[in-house]
Design a protein. Structure first.
Length: 295
């Protein structure tokens, strides 16, 4: 698939040509995204290697957000980070340069830069393993909304290049802290509840009231976030390592959520993923493309 894709521009052309063809189902589409992002990483790594030499230590490049949860739609922005083994100025400079090259490359290929700067080009999301441990501890000790939000973003981390154990061990640090501080889960719940109300008093979905999308239902805010946020909290409660909503649902114990309930929620979430995919296909792709490039 990637033969002849020697530049970010080549990958962009291939993406524009093939993405709707491979989007036959949710799994195939996200495998396509994973493959593209891996190819971008490899091109970025080769470019940095020519100027800076080989990586000074082992590392992991990981996705977060919808990418980390394996739930990307046709269009997606960037949410990613890097954790590396060596704690040194050399490693910090090297991996921040790699992170910037990855971010720029992904942007060329069609993944918009993250408005919240959750990218490995940002020192907040590109650190050594020991620095990551310290940062996670700090987020868990702080009482601020922002710190808990960052923590919840990290919980969805999924490695696509490098050593899985870096992220696994960092997630275990979160679980250990939760064992010591049970109130932490309540703080996460409080943070999660700060979302725009999407359901009315009669159970109806609330449409947008202002702007160019007035009258439309925000599928992400109204439908996806309630599933994603609730299942993430239940997974944290049970100290699960998985990052995807479906795998988290499947791994929950019967004590937390009965088998029949889990099956019902899983089926409904799959329908939601399918509906989003079909709705995206029905839109004029070229029009969406122009709109994305304009912004």
């Amino acid at each position: 698939m990637y033969d002849g894709c020697d530049t970010y521009e080549d990958l962009r052309k291939m993406r524009d040509k093939q993405i709707k063809q491979v989007a036959k189902n949710h799994t195939e589409l996200n495998r396509f995204h994973d493959g593209l992002m891996t190819q971008v990483f490899q091109l970025a790594q080769e470019k940095v290697k020519k100027e800076w030499g080989p990586a000074p230590s082992s590392f992991s490049f990981f996705l977060m957000g919808s990418g980390g949860r394996f739930e990307q739609a046709l269009w997606s922005d960037q949410d990613h980070g890097i954790v590396y083994e060596s704690t040194s100025d050399e490693s910090r400079d090297y991996f921040l340069n790699l992170g910037k090259e990855i971010s720029d490359g992904l942007n060329v290929v069609g993944y918009e830069l993250c408005d919240g700067h959750v990218m490995s080009s940002n020192p907040l999301w590109c650190k050594s393993f020991e620095e990551w441990k310290g940062q996670l501890d700090g987020w868990m000790e702080e009482e601020t909304f922002e710190a808990v939000r960052h923590l919840l973003i990290f919980v969805d981390a999924r490695v696509i290049v490098g050593r899985d154990e870096f992220i696994d061990d960092l997630k275990k640090e979160i679980h250990y802290k939760m064992d010591e501080s049970p109130y932490l889960l309540k703080r996460m719940l409080k943070n999660t509840m700060h979302v725009k109300k999407g359901v009315g008093v009669f159970g109806q979905l609330l449409a947008e009231t202002h702007g160019s999308h007035a009258g439309d239902v925000n599928l992400k805010q109204t439908a996806f976030f309630p599933y994603v946020n609730a299942v993430r909290l239940l997974a944290l409660k049970e100290r699960l390592m998985s990052a995807t909503t479906l795998s988290r649902l499947d791994s929950l114990s019967d004590h937390t959520l009965g088998r029949s309930e889990r099956k019902e929620y899983e089926d409904e979430f799959r329908k939601l993923l399918h509906f989003r995919l079909e709705y995206g296909k029905q839109e004029d792709y070229d029009a969406v493309l122009k709109n994305k490039r304009k912004n």
